[in-house]
Design a protein around this ligand. Structure first.
Ligand code: PMP
Length: 397
């Protein structure tokens, strides 16, 4: 025997389990609309040309080393990331920013910091939300609660339910907000609705924890996508921001992100930074350097930045075109209303398909999706969008 006899088999991860089934499927018609990763017109992963160019520059620069980064990451990268997120108006001396292991690591570092330095305050997540949010913040030791977000009956934002729940939450609660391209619903508040949400958060002395995993990916314009948290900063609502460079720079596996806290002054910033370093040191010591070197190389160079913005916009445009095409195909055959899919934004369509319909799509049509009815639009292209629309029609007719 072994001492590990009693270790049970863990449940497979909902999303990564389906991705594995897709890989094992041998049917040539198979479609992967499960994982939220960009695919080009041929269904292939895309490395942005600006990223390739940055890698070339780094490769040729013989002063580059493989030395450890500091605990809180590459200073220049963090400054570029802060500018990218907050724009030119927020002084860098007021931003306690650290490099993190992509958006997941940012949520984990931010949650652990809040559990220690904003204790006894629950965190409220939207219902529904990215599944990992719940697990991450529980692991941080936070009391995780939910606020109403999506109205399934009307396929839109439940603004009044959301505002009521934010009002009822104990004063000083942490409110997790998806900065843009809400995952899984694709349903974002309008800027007018954001103003009401942020005003309520301010009135109740809550802390706004923005998870920004898709800046630039929603509208195609990174500046426009940052509007909700830039507005919150302008209203002096306390902000914690988790940034991921996985989707917008296509750096998924490079694990590049940042976590920042907006501080009152430079002295406060130094104290918060010192505590963030203390969170990170025993967790993973220091972050990887390749992804952050790429982002820094792009954002420090005016020409490469311009090129990057265009490439990011082209991903958003292709997704938008597929979104439109899917709805157009469906409306030629289906008696149901699919217009909510057109109103949604970002990587995903939240179709409203039941778990049974999702299983049928996978078992009979080899279309792999999560059973909450979420489709990653990035997995669609001109060769498969009609096939997917036909299959959706068949299981909903
Ligand atoms: N937050 C949200 C809302 C997400 O959708 C994702 C990616 N699925 C993440 C955070 C984190 O992703 P990553 O750790 O790869 O940056």
């Amino acid at each position: 025997g072994s001492i590990w006899e009693d270790v049970p088999m863990a449940k497979p991860d909902a999303i990564l389990g389906i991705a594995k089934e897709y890989q094992q499927c041998t049917n040539p018609r198979k479609v992967n609309v499960c994982v939220g990763a960009y695919r080009d017109e041929n269904g292939k992963p895309w490395v942005l040309p600006s990223v390739r160019q940055a890698e070339r520059i780094l490769w040729e620069d013989e002063t580059q080393t493989k030395e450890y980064l500091p605990i809180d990451g590459d200073r220049e990268f963090v400054q570029c990331a802060m500018r990218f997120a907050y724009g030119p108006d927020v002084p860098l001396e007021h931003l306690a920013g650290v490099q993190t292991l992509s958006g997941t690591g940012a949520c984990r570092v931010g949650g652990t910091f809040l559990a220690a330095f904003w204790p006894n305050h629950p965190i409220y997540c939207p219902n529904p939300t990215w599944g990992n949010h719940i697990t991450i913040f529980k692991e941080c030791g936070l009391d995780v609660r939910r606020y109403r977000y999506y109205d399934r009956a009307n396929n839109g934002l439940d603004l009044s339910g959301m505002l009521r729940d934010l009002q009822k939450a104990p004063r000083g609660s942490i409110i997790l907000l998806h900065a843009c391209a809400h995952n899984p619903t694709g349903c974002d508040p309008t800027i007018h609705e954001w103003k009401q949400i942020i005003s309520m958060i301010g009135q109740r002395d809550h802390v706004a924890f923005f998870d920004c995993a898709y800046q630039g990916f929603a509208s195609g314009d990174a500046e426009a996508d940052a509007a909700p948290f830039r507005y919150a900063v302008s209203q002096r609502v306390p902000i914690v921001l988790a940034q991921s460079f996985a989707k917008n720079f296509g750096l998924y596996g490079e694990r590049c992100g940042s976590l920042s806290v907006v501080c009152g002054d430079a002295e406060q910033k130094e104290r918060i930074l010192s505590e963030l370093r203390l969170v990170i040191r025993p967790m993973y010591s220091s972050p990887p350097r390749h992804g952050s070197s790429i982002v820094k190389t792009i954002l420090k160079d005016e020409q490469l930045t311009k090129q990057y913005y265009e490439e990011c916009a082209s991903m958003a445009r292709r997704i938008q075109r597929m979104r439109t095409k899917l709805v157009e195909c469906l409306s030629t055959m289906s008696k149901h209303d699919w217009s909510h899919i057109k109103r949604q934004i970002g990587m995903f369509a939240f179709t409203g398909l039941t778990p049974d319909m999702c299983h049928q799509l996978t078992n009979e049509y080899y279309i792999f999706l999560t059973t909450n009815g979420r489709i990653s639009i990035a997995g669609l292209n001109d060769s498969n969008v009609e096939y997917v629309a036909n299959a959706i029609h068949a299981v909903t007719d």
